[in-house]
Design a protein around this ligand. Sequence first.
Ligand SMILES: [Zn+2]
Length: 288
Amino acid sequence: MDKELYDKKVKCPICKNEFTTKKVKTSALRIDKRETDLYVHYKTVNPYLYSVWVCPKCGYAAMESKFNNIKKYHHSIIAENITSLWKPKDYGKKRNIYEAIQTHKLAIHEGNVLNWEKSYIGGLSLRLSWLYRLKGDKELEIKFQKYALIIFTDCFSKEVFPMAGMDSASMAYLIGELNRRFQNYEDSIKWFQIALKDPNIKRKRIVENMVRNQWSIAIEEYKEFKQSDSENEQCDEEFDDKSNNIKENGEKDKKNEKKQKERTEIESNSNGNRGSKIRKKLFFRGAL
Ligand SMILES: [Zn+2]
């Protein structure tokens, strides 16, 4: 595995510190399969673990593609908000899943502090959700996928493409697919339609095929969803009918009990003192 990695020399644009960070050799990348939310499985080492670079001295962290996009006024923002709290830590060695998650959280935090474009934060959130998938943490995987979906939907008409490394057709597809995964079928179908109308789709045969496949799956799932929903409604109505019957029967029972009680009282009254004598006898018998 180590043979698949190499040390990349980096100069921090904030503190000018020189450090190394691991990268996966391009020749070592072997794609196994792609998931429908664009997550790629690799047969060899996973490059997602190393996509965030972190300066061990000042704590500045960003995706490789963004790392050198630093303006002068960013220096003081990082110094005040990050370096002042930073305990030197080296993420330049081979990373495990926990360390990869940490680097992504750092990059999301710093991207927000630097007020970088929201789609960058969305891209990091999507990657973080994939890392949680690798870790087997479903709850946090879903949390960060939802976060990415909200950001991408908001950014689509506000930011300039490419966005999080995607053109408009791929992004529309991804928004459609994430909506499908969260059972927002109407939104999902709407976004797949947007993707298919996008002129960029013609140059993206793989994405076009994915849109068509996932669109038909979304339509099928939506039909089943509506069917099970109406069946549930029917069950609810039947349940309501039954519970009304139970309620009515209960009320009838209560009325009967009341009548019975009234009848007993009348009967005991009609017996005069006889009833009270029997009760006294039973009481004493119990006491002895
Ligand atoms: Zn630095």
